[in-house]
Design a protein around this ligand. Structure first.
Ligand SMILES: Nc1nc2c(ncn2[C@@H]2O[C@H](COP(=O)(O)OP(=O)(O)OP(=O)(O)O)[C@@H](O)[C@H]2O)c(=O)[nH]1
Ligand SMILES: [Mg+2]
Length: 329
């Protein structure tokens, strides 16, 4: 039976063809549906229009669902952990990122020179740590993503400028600015993230920058007395302070590196397994391969054992740099 479609319907159909967006397409299809004469000859057309509407609606729902807006605080963690460089203006955050990583942030002798996050990877022995440079903390407007990022990272390094008149006051001010956002820094070994009153607690490290400046003399000692956090003095001009910084950052992430060896062979020192500090032998075996646990007979250890190659219990707590030799049944 011929469909005998009215001219209004054909117009709506033309609109559908011209439509650019999904919403426009759905609207046009719905108008076509309402203008479709109701008789046997149009049953198939009606079914087809309904199918097309439903398909379009489903595809736009899919789009809205899981794809979240990318904001600057959504940075994929790489390496041992994610570490933010935070601090008041001009404290040397970008200079530190610049010297320690492959990134090329804007370093300037005026404050507020950084606007967005800049990411770089810092080498520490055989591993890498992700450093993120951020705009400064200040009483003026700080964009929300900066605090959201700080809430998420594994470690917050709080930079204090060794060249200012009162670095200790700057340190206290920075802590206040974080506390205004409900963020509190604790020494790395204290790992309680959100406490019972809903505050965000983060592992923190105080960093006294520009330690080469004469003004910085004696400040580190005073900061150590004042601060609840460990203090790292750094200067971009002094290589050994940068090495110390990398070491302290690694240790503050509370991770250990564990290596494996096969019986009768040399250890594989290329790819360490990264485990949380305090991990036991059985946890290491599980993280190397889930199925290995069932097959496990015993483990020998080089490093934290009493002697090299000692057979250790499954609950033996591993240390950074341990080498384990897994024997299965
Ligand atoms: N003497 C000395 N100067 C430094 C050191 N680190 C940074 N500076 C200088 O301090 C100034 C500020 O450095 P930036 O790295 O841009 O500081 P920032 O914290 O990123 O600044 P904002 O992004 O504006 O918050 C620059 O002139 C740097 O050259 C250091 O270790 N020693
Ligand atoms: Mg900067």
């Amino acid at each position: 039976m011929p469909a005998n479609l009215p001219p209004e319907y054909l117009e709506a159909e033309e609109e559908f063809r011209q439509a650019d967006s999904k919403d426009e397409k759905v609207n046009a299809l719905q108008r076509m549906l309402s203008l479709l004469p109701n008789h046997k000859g149009t049953d198939k057309i009606e079914a087809d229009i309904r199918r097309r509407i439903s398909k379009l609606k489903k595809s736009s729902a899919k789009k809205k669902g899981p794809t979240r807006a990318k904001t600057p605080d959504q940075i994929e963690s790489q390496g041992v952990g994610q570490v933010v460089l935070s601090g008041m203006p001009n404290t040397g955050k970008s200079a530190l990122l610049d010297i320690l990583t492959n990134a090329n942030p804007n370093v300037a002798d005026f404050p507020f020179s950084t606007y967005g996050p800049t990411i770089g990877m810092m080498d520490y022995e055989d591993v890498q740590i992700q450093l993120i440079d951020t705009p400064p903390l200040s009483e003026e407007h700080v964009e929300n993503w900066v605090f959201n990022l700080i809430r998420k990272v594994d470690l917050v390094t709080l930079l204090v400028d060794g060249s200012v008149d009162e670095p200790l006051k700057q340190y206290a001010k920075s802590l206040d600015l974080l506390a205004d956002e409900g963020i509190y820094l604790f020494p790395p070994e204290a790992d309680f993230k959100i406490d019972e009153i809903g505050r965000t607690n983060r592992r923190g490290l105080a960093v006294l920058t520009k330690d080469d400046e004469p003004t910085a003399e004696g400040v580190c000692g005073r900061l150590e007395q004042e601060a609840d956090l460990p203090v790292a003095p750094v200067s971009i001009l002094e290589e050994d302070t940068l090495k110390e910084f990398a070491k302290l950052v690694f240790e503050s992430l509370e991770k250990i590196r564990v290596y494996t060896k096969k019986p009768g062979e040399e250890p594989d020192l290329h790819e360490p397994y990264l485990l949380d500090r305090g991990s036991t032998v059985i946890e290491a075996v599980r993280s190397i391969h889930r199925d290995l646990v069932k097959e496990l007979d015993y483990v020998r250890i080089w490093g934290s054992g009493r002697f090299d190659g000692q057979e250790v219990a499954q609950d033996h707590v591993l240390e950074d740099g341990d080498i384990i030799e897994i024997h299965d049944k």
